[in-house]
Write a protein that binds this ligand. Structure first.
Ligand SMILES: [Zn+2]
Ligand SMILES: [Zn+2]
Length: 238
């Protein structure tokens, strides 16, 4: 089935995410806009994923639990998981592998953990938008251990991307999908980088504010509308 997707979205848990971007507001806005399948991918944490999945179940939209992990090379990688338990286990591992620096909400913004009805459960004390201790070379296997799949984020951006950090793609990196921004010229990237020729190229909004949410334009073919089917598709490439 052909599904409208956006697999890179932030909530109020990301320091740079708007406090209005609650799991409930995000999920219900995506539903109203006509999306079938979305992923919540806060910086270095999955702590709002369970609430977003519960809100998604009530609204009738599939929510994939995920995270935008920052590697030690400052490469952003979108990591997606089959269920909330595996996402939270991975999130706990990442929390133990980021610098022990406390957030300063007045500078970086609050990091709100919420339930599916906009009740604040916690304000995450550790600053989440730091580089973790995991290298890009070890992330795909690590994510797979938790049943998930991952793809390097916004590869055409000039910061926090695999190209800005490394200059090229390693043929050995075991990922089958990459993400472009909405503005990127896909043909240019396929022509310039032969390593991308059999890869799935996705486009997501990376929305941090409700007003950044776009009308659906990108589709993906899955056997069914579930996180597991998406993860299997992400492992296949083209
Ligand atoms: Zn990013
Ligand atoms: Zn992002």
């Amino acid at each position: 089935m052909k599904l409208y997707y956006d697999l890179h979205l932030h909530s109020c848990l990301s320091p740079c995410g708007d406090n209005e971007m609650t799991p409930f507001n995000l999920v219900n806005t995506m539903k109203v806009f006509g999306y079938d399948l979305i992923a919540l991918t806060d910086h270095n944490s999955c702590r709002n994923c369970r609430a977003a999945m519960q809100a998604g179940k009530a609204a009738g939209i599939t929510v994939v639990p995920g995270m935008e992990l920052c590697t030690s090379e400052e490469i952003h990688v979108v990591c997606l998981f089959p269920d909330a338990d595996s996402a939270e286990a991975f999130s706990a591992l990442v929390r133990d592998n980021i610098p022990p620096v406390n957030n300063r909400p007045e500078i970086f913004g609050e990091q709100l953990v919420m339930d599916d009805a906009d009740t604040v459960l916690d304000n995450e004390p550790l600053l989440l938008n730091t580089a973790s201790y995991f290298s890009i070379d070890e992330v795909p296997a690590l994510v797979a251990q938790y049943g998930g799949a991952c793809f390097p984020a916004h590869i055409d951006r000039h910061s926090y991307s695999i190209l800005s950090a490394l200059g090229d793609f390693s043929e050995d990196l075991p990922v089958a999908a990459f993400e472009l921004t909405m503005q990127a010229d896909e043909a240019h990237y396929r022509d310039t980088y032969p390593a991308l020729k059999d890869k799935l190229l996705l486009r997501d909004s990376d929305a941090h504010y409700l007003e950044n949410i776009l009308l659906p334009s990108q589709t993906i073919n899955l056997t069914e509308n579930t996180p597991q089917a998406l993860i299997e598709r992400l492992r296949q490439g083209i």
